[in-house]
Design a protein around this ligand. Sequence first.
Ligand code: SF4
Ligand code: SF4
Length: 445
Amino acid sequence: MNYKKSRYNVTVRTEDGARLFNARTGAIVELSEMDPLFPQFEETWSRETFQLSDHEWFSALKDANFIIPEDLNEIPDYIESFNARQRSTDKMSLIVLPTEQCNFRCVYCYEKFLKPEMNEETQDALKKYITKTMERVHGFSIEWFGGEPLVGIDVMRNISVHTVAAAREHNVPFAASITTNGYLLTPEVFEEAVNEWKILRYQITIDGPRDFHNQRRLLGTGGSTYDQIIENLRYIAQSDHPELLYSIRMNVDRENLKTVPEFARIIKDVVGDDRRARFYVRPTWGESKFELLTNFEQRSLRKQIVDVCTEVGLYLYDSDLILNPRLGMCYAADPRSLVIGPDGNVYKCTSAFELPENLVGRLENDGTVKIDQEKFSLWVESSIEKYPQCRRCAVLPICNSGHCPKIQVTKPREMRTRPVCPPYKDEIKLLVGGAFQEEPVKEFV
Ligand code: SF4
Ligand code: SF4
């Protein structure tokens, strides 16, 4: 049989050989030019078609989808598997807001802090929904979000204890994650969260070195927050939970931009050689008293951060996210993902609670979720078959034309004439060539 290279391969020449990445499987292979087989590989790899017997490495490369049968048309094959996945109901991911309240008042925050902690009636309804869902799925996850979720710690405890027990009873793999400002994540809370609530992933935002962070992320009462968060982070970095992953996110504006390399070194000093730690940056968005980055600065920052992480020896969270097929797609585009507000309202997107199209359903007291199918389909309808660019795209298995459905949803239908491409589309080679963990992070469920 004749074979050819997958259209989803990315090949990067490195200092001492080459690195291959396949966007469909997420496989990464490091090839050393010191290997005596390397010159023959380079020669054979440049051909259009070949036999598996042409090179000793080809069987292994075939197993990881770098090499496929010549007569396989990968595009319809991929689209069919994607559609089957979108239709399946074998897993469920919830993003739960125990409260919209927050102990911080960050200078750029878009939240309105309108809704109080989830009441007991809604907590009971959510527990019923979780129990029913566990009866039919093979994987379940919760991401805790807010406000600051730890301000609603009693709600988290109540729902988590119930969910862990239900998962155990139904033998369903379950793990949780949290987006937190880190201030209330003291050693005691962290240990309870890992051991009792199965929160194994943490995203903590720190906006640069002490003075820069403290100008941006203040307590509601006005005090500074940096030292407490760093103290909590130090404990996490020294904790003994091998299955844990935590990422430090820095929101960057024109003023703290210059501190990115210095801050990366501070974080490296805190986490040491902990392989569970990740670092990443995002441009500050919306309104802020600090000037926002221009598009050009945002692009430069994305390139800079790969170099900074490689130099400092920090793993870049973007590599986990983007070099891991399917994680590059927003959860809002996934039919098996729902956002549960503290009042039982059901949404798709966590950054547009005021958008009428985002209110897609309601959690009823009997534990059912009533969905407005018309609104729901706005978020999850696949654009892959609609846009020829997506069908031909080399990063389709990562993006799935689902980078940010909100951008399409907020446009009138007649204006949705082009796909919304993620910034990483043209920078995938940069990430493949940069710092990454040898074992890419797997999805929870
Ligand atoms: S939206 Fe852009 S990056 Fe995503 S699959 Fe379509 S063309 Fe590719
Ligand atoms: S739809 Fe867009 S704005 Fe909403 S959560 Fe997804 S990426 Fe964020």
